[in-house]
Structure formats: structure tokens, C-alpha cells
Ligand binder design. Structure first.
Ligand SMILES: C[S@@+](CC[C@H](N)C(=O)[O-])C[C@H]1O[C@@H](n2cnc3c(N)ncnc32)[C@H](O)[C@@H]1O
Length: 289
């Protein structure tokens, strides 16, 4: 059998395994993970693969089979910037549910692997705007995604770059507050996937520590209302420009008192009694109802 045919079979098995590991039943998403070649986004091998509880271990050789596991792979390992865990992304992308024809904004595109998965889901009638802060990574993403006409890569701060109204905003870096831009530019019916992390939230690997240092919320806009649901614990690389000392402290205090799983709403510019807020900042709060 031709090597590419062999890899297609391996990729199909990987897609099935990682959706199962993420607890996701979604045929379109499984097809996307089965179609996109992870090796096209991670540079030439051998690749630094994060092997918990140890550190990065280089794959024994350049056979792409080593990329079809549920592991994180270093894209800038010296800064601990990784291509994220496939089953975790499967869960979050399923929650964002990008449909064909939609506009998806991907903040923290890295070298573009998950941007390509999102582009596959948005289809030819949809499109993805990938935003990456690091100029070298943005250049790599541009090159990797050049064959995909429905993807545009922008180098910059995802909290500040302006973009067309989005049906999905998929944020892949840890924030202490939602960017105004994301809330403003979310379409009616749009979904924002927002990882909130305290300064304990990066490098936390023990599940119990991770659970109290980071939380991912799914925010759905309906008219002027924003409905919020906790969807996952998280430890992730910090989002440049979406953190500051005051909101860092407020988030650490919110994690200390727990209750993030009871959050149901994100309110903007409304007076919400303090006892109903899990976390508040200037002009916004995450609240219990
Ligand atoms: C955890 S990595 C994920 C990369 C990619 N999603 C993947 O899984 O391969 C987080 C990425 O977010 C980028 N980043 C951090 N702050 C950002 C910001 N304000 N705007 C855009 N990208 C940002 C980092 O440079 C890094 O590439």
C-alpha cells in the first residue's frame, strides 16, 4: 500500500480515537480531523512531543505516525508554545459548532493546524480569520494555510485586530477578561469560546491544580444577551494584551471561592448585585443568572 494511503487510514483511526477521548459524537468534526494532515503544520520532524509526566521527547524519527496520538507537540518548545491536545480541541470545537458558511475567528492560530480544522468545517461557503500575535508563527501559519482560499491569517493582537462580525470566535490563549471587541463583533447566535486563566493557569499539569486555575466558558450571544456556560478546565499559554494585574487578582479570588460551574450569564454595562457575580470587571461580569 502507498504510504499516503496508509497515513489516511491512521488519520481516520486517530480522528475516531480523539473524538472518543473528548467525549464527542460529531461526524463532521471526525471527518475534519480525518482529513487534515497534522504533519503539514508542525515543521520537519523529528517533533518534540510532550510526554507527561516527563517533558518533551523527540519522536524517534520523522514518521508522521507519531503525530497521530492525543499528545501536545511543541511548536516553540523553549517558550512552551504547543500544538494543543487534539481531544481537548475536539471538545471545544464541538461546543463552538462551526457550521458550513459561517465566519470563524481563531485567536492564537499558532502554525495553523486547528485553523485548518475550522476551515474544513466552515467549508467553501464559509471562512476563517486566524489571528496570531507572534510574527514567526503568523508567517508559518500563512505559509501552511496558503493552499486554503477560505483562510486569512492576520499578524497581531487578537483582542485589538478588527474583524468582520463572527459566528464563532475561538480563543486559544488564556485571558483574565473578555476583549470588548470579541463581545461587540459576535453575531447574533454567535459562540465565543473563552479560556480564563489565573497566573497559576499556565504550566499547571496536575488535574486538581488545573481545575482551580483555569476555566473555559462558552458564551452565546442572543440579541443583547450573552449566555455563559462552563465547558472545561484549562491550563494554557497566556493571551498577550488580555491580562492585567487588577483583573488577574480578581480572577484568582474568583477561582479561590469556586462557583464557576454555576455561571449562566455574561452581563455588559448592567448593575448586577455583587452576590450574583462570580467575577466582575469594568463594564462586564460573569454571573449566576
Ligand atoms: C497555546 S498556543 C496555541 C497555538 C495553536 N492554537 C495550536 O494549538 O497549535 C497559543 C497561541 O496564542 C498566541 N497568542 C497569545 N496571545 C495572543 C493574542 N493576543 N492574539 C493572538 N494570538 C495570541 C501565541 O503566540 C500562541 O501561538
Amino acid at each position: 500500500m502507498d504510504r499516503q494511503d496508509e497515513l489516511s487510514i491512521i488519520r481516520a483511526a486517530y480522528a475516531k480515537q480523539i473524538l472518543a477521548a473528548g467525549g464527542v459524537d460529531n461526524a463532521r468534526l471526525q471527518a475534519a480531523f480525518g482529513a487534515i494532515r497534522r504533519e503539514d503544520f508542525l515543521g520537519p520532524g523529528p517533533w518534540p512531543i510532550l510526554r507527561w509526566p516527563r517533558d518533551y521527547l523527540l519522536s524517534p524519527d520523522t514518521d508522521p505516525v507519531y503525530l497521530y496520538t492525543n499528545d501536545l507537540v511543541g511548536i516553540v518548545p523553549e517558550r512552551r508554545i504547543n500544538n494543543g491536545q487534539p481531544s481537548w480541541h475536539a471538545h471545544l470545537i464541538h461546543q463552538a459548532s462551526p457550521a458550513a458558511g459561517e465566519h470563524v475567528v481563531h485567536v492564537g492560530t499558532g502554525t495553523g493546524y486547528y485553523t485548518a480544522i475550522l476551515a474544513h468545517l466552515a467549508g467553501r461557503s464559509g471562512r476563517v480569520t486566524g489571528i496570531e500575535y507572534d510574527s514567526e508563527l503568523a508567517a508559518r501559519a500563512k505559509a501552511n494555510l496558503a493552499p486554503r482560499p477560505n483562510v486569512e491569517i492576520v499578524e497581531g493582537d487578537g483582542a485589538l485586530v478588527s474583524f468582520d462580525e463572527a459566528d464563532v470566535i475561538y480563543v486559544n490563549a488564556g485571558c483574565t477578561r473578555p476583549a470588548q471587541n470579541w463581545l461587540d463583533r459576535l453575531a447574533d447566535g454567535g459562540r465565543l469560546i473563552l479560556p480564563m486563566t489565573s497566573d497559576q493557569g499556565f504550566g499547571a499539569s496536575a488535574p486538581e491544580r488545573m481545575a482551580s486555575a483555569g476555566a473555559v466558558f462558552r458564551i452565546e450571544r442572543r440579541g443583547h444577551d450573552y449566555f455563559a456556560t462552563w465547558i472545561s478546565p484549562v491550563a494554557i499559554f497566556p493571551c498577550a494584551g488580555s491580562r492585567d494585574e487588577v483583573s488577574e487578582r480578581a480572577l484568582a479570588e474568583a477561582f479561590a471561592k469556586a462557583g464557576w460551574q454555576q455561571v449562566t450569564r455574561l452581563y455588559r454595562d448592567q448593575e448586577i448585585p455583587a452576590e450574583r457575580c462570580w467575577l466582575s470587571g469594568p463594564g462586564w461580569c460573569l454571573a449566576y443568572s
